[in-house]
Design a protein. Structure first.
Length: 407
């Protein structure tokens, strides 16, 4: 089977972004299939084609057996809304000719953005090719809930595209229980939807790594780390609120480390400087190997999001799975399926949203009782191995695509 795979933010192990599509493509190859991935240029991604020039707005090459087509369409989370939207639309338009010129048996597209489904829809209706669509976020539910998009006409257009995307696909994949429910509410049979959450890269995070800590964090400090995008949705103001609460209590032995980039990072840094929150350490993004070394030296992973009910069951964040793969207890600040899993598995702490004092209480408890963290981390790693091994999930992904092609 030849698969044409659309993912705008494709990344290899050299970059700091997620590896889901890379590992899934590699599993397709391992199972005897061929795969061509069409992607853009993300500030967090390294595709392995950076040494090649762009010709006609794209470059091609083979990376770890995967044929890559990379469009010259740079993207950053720090871009404004209109610029990002324009990039999304251009990527989709550039993808349509590939559905005409490439030799393939099935097309697969993974959001976000939602517009990535457009080439898949074209392949389904104009070339009669099977189409599988993977939904990572519910649109327009999330941007509406966040207040990012308020124009009713724009929201209606996105809703129409969502409905068309789901109903054009032969089968769909949801990354969380809430996403599956959202797909089903649009009139899709549950038999055509499967759950394949984000997974744990155990080969990277459950392996020996060179340990390190950022400048400003002592070996004796309790280090709690957030590793991910610094965007509006992440609600990292809650981390700074917690830092202020800890400082007010005189707990200088607890450091909160924010690893990554994003649109609101300058605002967070300015606030930390203004309020003299020297217990907050900012650090640039690092690749997965370097991140594994940091995780090996970390005491707690911070799973933080803005207090928006749509997030409770409608997200499947990479960072959570990196934490448990590393054997880290997780501190989560919102309810939902991940909080329930953490509580049930006893692999971390769940606190109410927008409660900096509760987060501070947990961190102080952890700093004063380090042995408790060891047991939580061990149970988290066992959960990672049992339910979220990336290779196991990649196998389920290939099974789903093979079943689609067979039908």
């Amino acid at each position: 089977m030849k698969v044409l795979y659309f993912h705008e933010y494709f990344n290899t192990k050299l970059g700091s972004g997620g590896l889901r599509s890379y590992e899934f493509a590699r599993m397709l190859l391992e199972r005897g299939h061929q795969v061509t991935v069409a992607c853009g240029r993300s500030n967090k991604s390294i595709t392995g084609l950076e040494h090649l020039p762009f010709r006609g707005g794209q470059r091609r090459g083979i990376v770890d057996g995967i044929e890559l087509v990379e469009f010259d369409l740079p993207y950053s989370n720090a871009d404004g809304f209109l610029k990002r939207t324009f990039t999304f639309v251009k990527y989709s338009i550039r993808g349509i000719p590939l559905t005409v010129s490439e030799d393939y048996d099935l097309v697969f597209a993974t959001s976000t953005p939602l517009t990535v489904a457009i080439p898949g829809m074209f392949a389904r209706w104009f070339r009669r090719k099977p189409f599988v669509f993977e939904v990572r976020d519910l649109w327009p539910e999330l941007p509406r809930a966040m207040g990012v998009i308020t124009n009713p006409i724009v929201l209606s257009l996105i809703s129409m595209l969502e409905w068309m995307s789901y109903h054009s696909a032969n089968r769909l994949i949801g990354l969380s229980p809430g996403i599956m429910e959202g797909i089903a509410r649009r009139g899709i049979s549950r038999d055509a939807i499967t759950l394949i959450p984000n997974g744990c890269d155990l080969e990277i995070f459950d392996a020996p790594a060179e340990m390190w800590r950022p400048v400003g964090v002592a070996a004796s400090d309790l280090m709690a780390v957030f590793a991910g995008t610094h965007g509006i949705a992440n609600g990292l103001g809650a981390v700074l609120d917690t830092a202020a609460a800890l400082k007010a209590r005189g707990r200088s032995d607890i450091k909160l480390v924010l690893i990554g980039e994003g649109r609101v990072k300058p605002e967070l840094e300015a606030r930390a400087h203004r309020e003299r929150l020297d217990n907050v350490i900012f650090h640039d993004s690092v690749n997965k190997a370097r991140l594994a070394g940091l995780m090996a030296s970390t005491d707690i992973g911070l799973q933080v999001l803005a207090n928006i009910p749509a997030f409770y069951y409608g997200t499947s964040p990479n960072k959570f799975f990196d934490y448990i793969a590393s054997g880290l207890p997780v501190l989560i600040n919102y309810p939902g399926w991940l909080a329930g899993m953490i509580t049930e598995s006893q692999c971390g702490y769940a606190v109410p949203p927008d409660d900096a004092e509760a987060m501070a209480d947990v961190l102080i408890r952890a700093a004063d009782n380090r042995t408790e963290l060891e047991g939580m981390g061990a149970r988290g790693r066992e959960l990672a191995r049992r339910q979220f091994d990336r290779r196991m999930l990649a196998g389920q992904f290939v099974d789903w695509l093979e079943g689609t092609a067979a039908r």
